[in-house]
Write a protein that binds this ligand. Structure first.
Ligand SMILES: [Zn+2]
Length: 230
């Protein structure tokens, strides 16, 4: 195999490594902000539920006041009917009206209690979520500097290896490598596996394979990538 072909293979490995490190670094750099965002969202959700529960309590108090008012009216109508002091027809009408309204208020109150139960359960769940998000943010805030330091050290160790391999390549090979990487194919190197190119799956002619074995650097005729053998 052509010595530059082996170097190109090593270069591709280092570039893949650097790309992986770059992606992991980006994730790690974003990790703290991401957990802060999640915690903020959990807090907003909790606050919304608290506000809903407060509003529901105010509605409940208003309903209780209505209930008290109509019970008082109901009792005064009953007193009129019991004592005969007053207009019995008007008292009967008031009694019927009060019963209907009281039924309605009681139904609304029961619905309100159910709604409050539901809201309290949701609020509890939201508090748990918020606590979890807070703990996760703390964990990530503690771990991220360590992760970043490790990834940056790996990147700093890999970069000079890449530079020295690239420097060993002939200008022509290096330019071709850079061009292939910059292009749509992203990866400049393919392997010969079972007589086919791993980059484009095209069968590589026997003559081409023997040329590669003889030390020629002929790219794949299907995709143009450097073909590594052996
Ligand atoms: Zn190919």
């Amino acid at each position: 195999m052509h010595p530059d072909l082996a170097r190109v293979g090593r270069l591709a490995e280092l570039d893949a490594e650097l790309e992986r490190l770059g992606k992991e670094l980006a994730v790690a750099r974003n990790a703290v902000a991401e957990t802060e965002r999640v915690e903020k969202e959990a807090m907003a959700h909790r606050d919304r539920l608290q506000a809903e529960l407060l509003a529901a309590s105010a509605e409940e108090r208003a309903l209780q006041r209505q209930l008290d008012d109509y019970r008082a009216k109901q009792q005064s109508a009953m007193r009129i009917l019991e004592t005969g002091a007053g207009n019995p027809d008007a008292a009967e009408r008031q009694l019927a009206q009060c019963s209907a309204i009281l039924d309605d208020i009681e139904t609304k109150l029961l619905e309100m209690f159910e709604r409050q139960d539901g809201l309290r359960a949701s609020l509890n769940a939201a508090e748990t979520e918020l606590a979890k998000a807070g703990a996760e943010r703390m964990r990530v805030a503690t771990e991220t500097p360590v992760t970043l330091a490790r990834l940056e050290a790996e990147e700093h160790a890999t970069q000079p290896k890449r530079t020295s391999i690239a420097d060993e390549l002939s200008l022509e090979v290096r330019q071709r490598y850079d061009m292939l990487r910059a292009g749509k194919k992203k990866v400049a190197v393919a392997r010969l596996v079972d007589g086919s190119c791993t980059g484009c799956q095209m069968t590589v002619p026997a003559q081409h394979i023997s040329d590669l074995r003889r030390g020629l650097m002929e790219p794949c005729r299907g995709c143009g990538r450097f073909l590594l053998i052996g």
